[in-house]
Ligand binder design. Structure first.
Ligand SMILES: [Zn+2]
Length: 122
Protein backbone atom coordinates (compact mmCIF):
# COMPACT_ATOMS: atom_id res chain seq x y z
CA UNK A 1 0.00 0.00 0.00
CA UNK A 2 1.50 3.31 -1.02
CA UNK A 3 -0.90 5.10 1.26
CA UNK A 4 0.65 3.36 4.22
CA UNK A 5 4.13 4.61 3.28
CA UNK A 6 2.96 8.19 3.23
CA UNK A 7 1.73 8.12 6.78
CA UNK A 8 4.50 6.09 8.25
CA UNK A 9 8.23 5.99 8.41
CA UNK A 10 10.71 3.78 10.13
CA UNK A 11 13.11 4.57 12.90
CA UNK A 12 16.65 4.95 11.54
CA UNK A 13 17.98 3.26 14.68
CA UNK A 14 15.75 0.30 15.41
CA UNK A 15 13.38 0.12 12.46
CA UNK A 16 10.20 0.54 14.45
CA UNK A 17 7.34 1.85 12.37
CA UNK A 18 6.47 5.41 13.40
CA UNK A 19 3.91 8.01 12.47
CA UNK A 20 5.25 10.54 9.98
CA UNK A 21 4.87 13.35 12.50
CA UNK A 22 6.87 11.67 15.24
CA UNK A 23 10.02 13.47 16.14
CA UNK A 24 11.40 10.67 18.26
CA UNK A 25 11.11 6.95 18.03
CA UNK A 26 8.42 5.64 20.37
CA UNK A 27 10.47 2.52 20.95
CA UNK A 28 14.09 3.60 21.36
CA UNK A 29 13.73 7.37 21.58
CA UNK A 30 16.11 8.13 18.71
CA UNK A 31 15.44 11.39 16.88
CA UNK A 32 13.84 10.64 13.53
CA UNK A 33 15.39 13.61 11.77
CA UNK A 34 12.05 14.73 10.39
CA UNK A 35 12.24 18.09 12.08
CA UNK A 36 14.91 19.90 10.17
CA UNK A 37 15.45 23.45 11.36
CA UNK A 38 14.79 25.78 8.48
CA UNK A 39 18.05 27.63 8.23
CA UNK A 40 17.56 30.41 5.78
CA UNK A 41 20.59 30.92 3.62
CA UNK A 42 21.09 34.18 1.86
CA UNK A 43 19.60 36.18 4.70
CA UNK A 44 23.11 36.91 5.91
CA UNK A 45 23.33 40.42 4.70
CA UNK A 46 24.25 43.55 6.60
CA UNK A 47 21.75 46.38 6.64
CA UNK A 48 21.45 47.28 3.03
CA UNK A 49 23.00 50.74 3.12
CA UNK A 50 25.67 50.16 5.74
CA UNK A 51 28.45 50.99 3.28
CA UNK A 52 26.67 53.01 0.62
CA UNK A 53 25.36 55.70 2.98
CA UNK A 54 28.71 56.60 4.58
CA UNK A 55 30.24 56.45 1.09
CA UNK A 56 27.89 59.14 -0.16
CA UNK A 57 28.16 61.18 3.04
CA UNK A 58 31.95 61.15 2.92
CA UNK A 59 31.91 61.95 -0.79
CA UNK A 60 29.68 64.99 -0.26
CA UNK A 61 31.76 66.16 2.70
CA UNK A 62 34.97 65.80 0.72
CA UNK A 63 33.53 67.99 -2.04
CA UNK A 64 32.41 70.59 0.49
CA UNK A 65 35.62 70.53 2.51
CA UNK A 66 37.99 69.95 -0.40
CA UNK A 67 37.94 73.47 -1.75
CA UNK A 68 38.74 75.14 1.57
CA UNK A 69 40.79 72.46 3.29
CA UNK A 70 42.22 70.26 0.51
CA UNK A 71 43.91 67.87 2.94
CA UNK A 72 40.61 67.27 4.75
CA UNK A 73 38.88 66.76 1.41
CA UNK A 74 41.37 64.06 0.47
CA UNK A 75 41.14 62.45 3.90
CA UNK A 76 37.36 62.23 3.52
CA UNK A 77 37.42 61.13 -0.11
CA UNK A 78 39.57 58.05 0.50
CA UNK A 79 37.25 56.28 2.99
CA UNK A 80 34.32 57.55 0.91
CA UNK A 81 35.69 55.65 -2.08
CA UNK A 82 36.42 52.58 0.06
CA UNK A 83 32.89 52.46 1.49
CA UNK A 84 31.40 52.99 -1.95
CA UNK A 85 33.50 50.23 -3.42
CA UNK A 86 32.32 47.88 -0.67
CA UNK A 87 28.71 48.81 -1.33
CA UNK A 88 29.19 47.74 -4.95
CA UNK A 89 31.29 44.67 -4.15
CA UNK A 90 28.88 43.27 -1.58
CA UNK A 91 25.95 44.18 -3.83
CA UNK A 92 24.34 46.14 -1.03
CA UNK A 93 23.24 49.03 -3.12
CA UNK A 94 25.35 49.37 -6.27
CA UNK A 95 23.50 52.49 -7.41
CA UNK A 96 24.25 54.37 -4.22
CA UNK A 97 27.74 52.89 -4.22
CA UNK A 98 28.43 54.26 -7.69
CA UNK A 99 27.07 57.65 -6.64
CA UNK A 100 29.22 57.68 -3.51
CA UNK A 101 32.25 56.62 -5.51
CA UNK A 102 31.68 59.36 -8.06
CA UNK A 103 31.20 61.95 -5.32
CA UNK A 104 34.37 60.78 -3.58
CA UNK A 105 36.37 61.01 -6.80
CA UNK A 106 34.97 64.49 -7.48
CA UNK A 107 35.88 65.44 -3.91
CA UNK A 108 39.41 64.15 -4.39
CA UNK A 109 39.80 66.00 -7.69
CA UNK A 110 38.47 69.24 -6.18
CA UNK A 111 40.83 68.82 -3.25
CA UNK A 112 43.83 68.37 -5.53
CA UNK A 113 42.84 71.32 -7.73
CA UNK A 114 42.30 73.44 -4.62
CA UNK A 115 45.61 72.29 -3.22
CA UNK A 116 47.41 73.42 -6.39
CA UNK A 117 45.38 76.64 -6.45
CA UNK A 118 46.11 77.55 -2.85
CA UNK A 119 49.76 76.58 -3.23
CA UNK A 120 50.02 78.89 -6.25
CA UNK A 121 48.20 81.71 -4.47
CA UNK A 122 50.54 81.72 -1.50
ZN1 LIG B 1 13.82 3.37 17.34
Amino acid sequence: MTDDKKRHKYCPECGTRLDIGDKFCSDCGAPTGSQRPNMEHGSFRPTSNSNASPGITLGVLSILAGWFIPLLGLILAIPGAVYSERAIKYDENPGLGLTGGALSIIGAVISIIAWVYWAGAL
